[in-house]
Design a protein around this ligand. Structure first.
Ligand code: PHE
Length: 376
């Protein structure tokens, strides 16, 4: 601030001299012009228009002037401040426009660039289906159990009560990896690609103490040619429950619960007599056709493609665990009983989603997989 104003002559007050005010104005204009960006302009604004800027301080001196001098000094200071504010606003607009233009260039999106170079893809419906079925049982307290795909012949056949000359051993067209213990072997146990997930039953029983409740999803192999309805590599889900007092009623209830969870509350299953060496009694299990619910049977007006108007769809095999299997795995058949079932996932996918050719499932073309989505 200038010295106390005693003379009351505006021209004598240092800060109010015309050339001083012009100098302050010009300094402000020069500072604004020199500000290269909005931050620098903000600094210049504080320095030249703020409460302690030279022009603001000069303005304060005016109050002390005699009335006749106030108008003249006020006009000069006012004009200078007006010019400063105008220059500030102009520079502000200029710098904002520069910034906007720069941001537009720097943040521009080239909409012609190729998009989605790494497509999200989709999970294979076989995996999704196996997990969905497994989840039904996991939610009932079952544990997932897995076994090797290259399996000892003993687990694949012997432990499951297939005798060396058992016709079923030949019925299941087996890939032998090493040696064969069949009727005409030298007695050594061979190594096979497992022909079903049932060997996991034996492994689960040997690994655990009863009660045992396991669900075993997995890949299995048979010497079939790949065609629309066969594949040498396919997938099964196996279920095994061994506990005190289990009966066929528990098996039936479990199967009904499974098809209801997967296909709807009004679903049910039926059992037809069959034979497996490792279950006794054994049955073939069918589920009600989830499309026509049996209404197509004997009804020419309501034919059903899904079940060929038979009303039932064949799912797989099941039965009460053969006591011989329990004994082979060190479980006391006097104390424990159990049930088991197993079925193919490819078949389920075929009728559930109208997949007509099994080759689509193995060829790995993403156009087949994508419509099934990313369900996890
Ligand atoms: N393992 C049998 C098959 O592959 C199915 C099955 C499993 C049957 C469990 C009975 C019990 O055909």
């Amino acid at each position: 601030m200038s010295a106390p104003n005693k003379s009351y002559d505006p021209v004598e007050v240092e800060a109010l001299k015309p050339e001083e005010i012009e100098r302050m104005r010009d300094e402000a204009l020069a500072a604004f012009a020199a500000a290269g960006d909005l931050d620098a302009l903000q600094e210049a604004k504080v320095a030249h228009t703020g409460g302690t800027s030279p022009l603001a301080l000069a303005n304060r001196e005016i109050g002390a002037l005699p009335p006749h001098a106030k108008a003249d000094a006020g006009k000069r200071v006012g004009q200078a401040r007006g010019a400063v504010n105008k220059a500030l606003a102009a520079r502000q607009t200029e710098l904002e426009a520069e910034r906007d233009a720069r941001v537009l260039v720097e943040e521009a999106v080239d909409v012609t660039l190729p998009y989605d170079r790494v497509p999200a893809g989709a999970r294979h419906p076989l995996t999704t289906m196996m997990e969905r079925v497994s989840d039904v049982f996991v939610s009932m307290g079952y544990e997932i159990a897995e076994g090797p795909e290259v399996e000892a012949e003993w687990f694949n056949f012997d432990a499951l009560n297939f005798t060396p000359d058992h016709p079923a051993r030949q019925m299941q067209d087996t890939f032998f990896v090493q040696g064969a213990k069949g009727a005409d072997s030298d007695g050594e146990s061979g190594v096979v690609l497992r022909t079903h997930t049932s060997p996991v039953q034996a492994r689960a029983l040997l690994d655990r103490e009863p009660p045992v409740y396991v669900v075993c999803p997995g890949r299995v192999y048979r010497t079939d040619e790949l065609d629309a309805t066969h594949t040498p590599v396919f997938h099964q889900i196996e279920l095994l429950a061994v506990d005190e007092g289990l009966t066929m009623a528990d098996l039936k209830g479990t199967l009904d619960h499974m098809v209801q969870s997967l296909f709807g509350a009004d679903m049910k299953t039926r059992l037809r007599p069959n034979y497996f060496p490792f279950t006794e009694p054994s049955a073939e299990m069918d589920m009600l056709c989830y499309v026509c619910k049996g209404e197509s049977v004997g009804n020419p007006d309501r034919s059903c493609r899904t079940c060929s108007s038979e009303g039932w769809i064949e799912l797989g095999g099941c039965g009460m665990v053969n006591p011989r299997v329990l004994i082979a795995c060190g479980v006391d058949p006097e104390k424990y009983s159990g049930f088991a079932f197993g079925f193919g996932i490819e078949r389920m996918l075929m009728f559930r989603h109208n997949v007509e050719d099994m080759r689509d499932m193995v060829e790995g073309d993403v156009r087949f997989t994508r419509p099934f989505g990313m369900e996890i």
